[in-house]
Design a protein around this ligand. Structure first.
Ligand code: ADP
Length: 361
């Protein structure tokens, strides 16, 4: 199937500054795709180029196979929702949603039907005649979304639309946004610097760093098999164990780390003997115990810090020479770990190796 969106070798410079470099990206219809990365990595610029608000310095952008690189925004079948989802304050909810449809010259009956359908989708039928000022923040956000979806765009572009909301509402809206995307089957292209938001909603996450794609994949893969230190650090919490390769066995690697020998999954890398690598070890993959584990990777440590986080406790464990491991302990287990001296252990296959470099540096 032809992708809905294609960035074909797209570059964007402002003066001499390269904001987006060699962007190649295909997006399938009906997917929730998120551009994720720190502030200034080129996410919004990429989105704005797709919307037609910025023109690439070089390269092409295709919508449904058609080159739209030089097509103005109002002639592209895309719509954008910004953080400050400004609704028209003097228009009712229904009028706000109808706005784009009237511009397109739809007849009244069709407009009425479409507005009702969209209000029903977000359970706001009762609010059709209200003004935006008579709605809650979450409701206003839903109306803004429906206004953008009303003309049935090929792609809905969302530029950090949830970042102005408080934490609780933001979480609710993440779930709602994903559900709206699934119900409508629309292609969503979402921009955020918030990794949790990206993990919650996306089919595909495109991690950007300094104007380039660092890694893309589904949330599971990016979390479980980050391809670089940048991605491992950016997505979730992690321990990075700087290790030296001692040997290979099937798809596992034996490494020397912190005075002991450990085993980790190769994660698609072809390690070389003697090479320095990082082992990515997620806090929740670590098991803390009083007794020495019978198998797997294990090392003695001293608890240096306990941070209660409600549904778990975060333990910082010194495993020698001030090397700290961040571990996550469930409430049922924390009572057994009252002393300072413990063992930390993890299964070899829960850790994976990545190159000892920061990509693009
Ligand atoms: P992000 O959305 O990832 O935070 P942006 O795409 O907004 O990043 O910006 C990428 C880089 O391009 C930033 O360093 C930003 O300062 C620069 N930039 C964006 N827009 C302009 C502009 N209109 N003029 C000059 N530089 C810009």
């Amino acid at each position: 199937m032809e992708p809905v969106v294609q960035f074909d070798n797209v570059n964007k410079s402002y003066g001499g500054y390269v904001a987006v470099e060699n962007l190649n990206l295909s997006i399938e219809a009906g997917k929730f795709v998120t551009l994720l990365g720190p502030s200034g990595c080129g996410k919004s610029t990429s989105l704005r180029m797709l919307g037609g608000f910025e023109r690439p310095t070089s390269g092409r952008i295709l919508l449904n196979g058609k080159d739209v690189t030089r097509v103005p925004p109002n002639k592209r079948n895309v719509n954008i929702v910004f953080q400050d989802y400004a609704l028209f304050p003097h228009m009712t909810v229904a009028k706000n949603i109808a706005f784009g449809l009237e511009l397109k010259g739809f007849d009244n009956q069709k407009i009425h039907r479409r507005v009702s359908e969209l209000l029903e989708l977000v359970q706001l039928e009762e609010y059709a005649r209200r003004l935006p000022s008579e709605l809650s923040g979450g409701q206003r956000q839903r109306v803004a979304l429906m206004r953008a979806l009303a003309p049935d765009p090929d792609v809905l572009l969302l530029d950090e639309p949830l970042s102005a909301l408080d934490a609780k509402l933001r979480q609710q809206m993440q779930i709602e946004l994903k559900s709206i995307q699934e119900k409508t089957g629309k292609t969503f292209m979402f921009v955020t610097h918030d990794q949790e938001e990206a993990l919650t909603m996306s089919d595909t996450i495109v991690v950007m760093n300094k104007g380039r794609i660092e890694q893309m994949g589904d949330p599971d893969t990016l979390y479980g098999r980050p391809g670089s230190v940048f991605v491992a650090n950016f997505i979730g919490e992690t321990n990075l164990l700087r290790s030296t390769v001692l040997g290979m066995d099937g798809d596992m690697t034996t490494l020397s780390w912190n005075g002991i020998t450990i085993t980790a999954s190769q994660g698609g890398l072809a390690p070389k003997l003697g090479e320095h690598l990082y082992v990515v070890l997620r806090p929740e993959a670590i098991h803390c115990s009083v007794a020495e584990p019978a198998s797997g990777n294990r090392i003695k440590g001293k608890i240096r810090q306990r941070v209660f986080k409600g549904n778990h406790t975060s333990l910082m464990v010194d495993v020698g020479d001030g090397t700290l491991l961040n571990t996550l302990v469930h409430p049922s287990e924390i009572a057994h770990l009252s002393g300072e001296n413990i063992w930390v252990g993890w299964k070899p296959e829960t850790a994976t190796v990545i190159p000892d470099r920061h990509a693009h540096n």
